[in-house]
Design a protein. Sequence first.
Length: 691
Amino acid sequence: MVMEVANGRLASVRPDPESPFSLGYACAKGLATPELMYHPSRLLAPLKRVGERGAGSWKVVGWDEALGEIAAALRAIKDQHGAREIALGQGTARHHYCHVRRFANQLGTPNWYEPGLANCFLPRVTASYFTYGGLLVGDFYGATPPRTVVIWGCNPVVSNPDGKLGFRVRDALRGGAFGIAVDPRRSETARLCDLWLPVRPGTDAALALAMCHVIIAERLYDEAFVQKWTVGFDELARHLAAFSPAWASKVTGIPAEDIDRAARRYATAGPAAIEWGVAIDQNVNSFQTARALCILRALTGNIDNPGGEIFGESRLRSYPLQRTGLNKAAVKGRLGANDFKLLGGPAAIVPSAHIPALFRAMRTGEPHPIRALLTFGNNPLLTVANASDVREALARLELFVAVDMFLTPSAALADYVLPAAFWPELDQVSELPAFAPLAVVAQHRVVRTGQCRSDEEIIDELARRMGLPGSDKAVGEILNHRLEPLNVTFEDMKETPTRFYPPRYSRYREQGFATPSGKVELLSQSLARLGYDSLPTYREPPESPVSSPAATRTFPYVLTTGMRRAEYFHSEQRQSARMRKRRPEPVAELHPETAAANTVRNRDWVVIRSPRGAIKMRAHVSTNIVPGVVAVEHGWWFPEQGPGGDAFASNANVLTADGPPYDPAMGSYQLRGLLCSVERLREDDPLNGRD
Ligand SMILES: Nc1nc2c(c(=O)[nH]1)N[C@H]1C(S)=C(S)[C@@H](COP(=O)(O)OP(=O)(O)OC[C@H]3O[C@@H](n4cnc5c(=O)[nH]c(N)nc54)[C@H](O)[C@@H]3O)O[C@H]1N2
Ligand SMILES: Nc1nc2c(c(=O)[nH]1)N[C@H]1C(S)=C(S)[C@@H](COP(=O)(O)OP(=O)(O)OC[C@H]3O[C@@H](n4cnc5c(=O)[nH]c(N)nc54)[C@H](O)[C@@H]3O)O[C@H]1N2
Ligand SMILES: [Mo]
């Protein structure tokens, strides 16, 4: 991005046409940066609660007072009860992601979380590592474009997920690649595709297994690759016999002919790429769904091939996480680690606590209390399942510190709210796409606002005041340490802040795959040893028309939540007049048949109800969604109502469930594929008048 600064203020943000990675594209949210940066409700100084929790009375305090008191309170909890009773939380991975992990290790607490580890991306990343030793991303970067692109539970044209940029996918589809979309909605990206497979939410594994079935039954697989580079093919072929398209059609609602067609096309019109999204991760069969998709790639040889999928290469030194701070006994105290070994155990790629287990411990004190929570860029009341449980959990904390740019509904319940620096106000280095990097990007601070500090600076200062190990090393040093392999300093990167490295292909031919066998593990003995299925299977969602037919009398529709919108990042940007003008209200999408059965018309306010609660949304009636599914936006609160907004009127997570069963390996909970009802909002509904 090109940032124009005038009189110490950020005047504009424009995309950089010379960037070799973003090629001059930017999203609407990015362009709205100056508006949000200088928004009248932006936090500019530390706040301390006076009076009741959540009552909205605050005192402005200096950094010295705030950090001194927080450090003292943390030290007291650590000394009296042990560091494990202090929890750290962060939202989706940002600049400070590794610094928060480092802080957890410095403190000696295993109990930190990030939503992505169980419910976003890490199920896919972990399945990829177990299957072929790294993450693959679609090769939209080289000289050969993909001929077939499968868009699976993903809407990259809107969401640009995981450090990838959707315009490349869009251009490939417009440029003639055959597109197959697996999505209950005909999304912006699905509309660019040739074949739409409207899957029942939560049943993706059935479709993936049936596609593998067709490819093996019709001998469409890449025989040379499979023979030389995979293990477990015969067992897989036997295992897949039961998962026919006819079976999958009943489970997913997709016509069997379309399953055949998609499988044949994907296998025979390569190179082919699968762009997969967060819909894979937000159900209780996340890990095995991702495994089945990894196997699809392997059967067809779409691994490290031009126009297929590529591994990328990390070029930076890894983040100094201060791992020695956490001893073996402390690791055992990680909440959820024993149950979900690939989330929290030693085999986990990024070991963290299980969010439902952690919030349960806050509420109940079981298996041990969580006394303090510090969140760095996380709005759990809006983004974690079962919002009323989350509120109860936050209300019980002895110490709750929220670091944010705005007084969000979650921050409104804190004891201290610390003003975070916004992205143009901080230094960072990142590699993109995440886990399969092709570019190194450095970003240099251009302005400062009020007393705002970056999360890293806040953490460094707390660590220093507590005398924690490694607190002599500050974030600036770490950036230079990471850049050493490139022989440049962070300062040097100002010249060319983006370095793009074109993909290199077929590296496995020299090195093999980074798995125990050195090959692609269709059958994984490592998973079997951990007690997990060595071959992928299907599990019906626990709350569904099949699992709970009695509940469908009250809740006849399948609910999915959280489709991304270009204007909003989760619960953010609702303060921006520019974004609210484009998208003023929370929306639920439903098919005309679903609407007619409930006398709902387009643009009516409707009440969506699940076994957990009810919210109101504006109906968008459209044939771009399959009948019987209701899709609601997530992240809605109303900052214009003053601090805290109404966090319950239209919050999708009032409807979602944080209870068991979970994905056995990752602990994923269900945000997609639940049950709900829909009706017109009545005059006398208590939700009326609330927004
Ligand atoms: N129902 C439902 N729930 C979902 C999802 C869904 O699809 N459906 N998606 C889930 C997914 S995939 C994710 S990743 C999570 C995301 O969950 P969160 O990350 O909690 O979501 P955000 O709304 O982005 O909240 C982050 C907060 O960080 C603040 N912020 C932004 N930048 C910074 C910064 O640099 N420093 C600090 N300190 N604060 C900053 C913002 O003001 C905002 O209040 O939501 C999950 N929740
Ligand atoms: N503008 C914007 N961009 C974002 C974000 C944001 O909040 N706003 N969030 C960022 C984050 S943290 C993430 S994780 C990524 C996510 O990026 P994506 O993976 O693209 O996420 P979504 O748009 O939530 O979901 C993709 C599609 O899944 C469909 N879907 C719903 N349920 C199911 C199901 O059960 N199966 C299948 N196959 N499809 C289903 C939805 O209709 C939707 O079109 O986006 C990132 N980018
Ligand atoms: Mo995410």
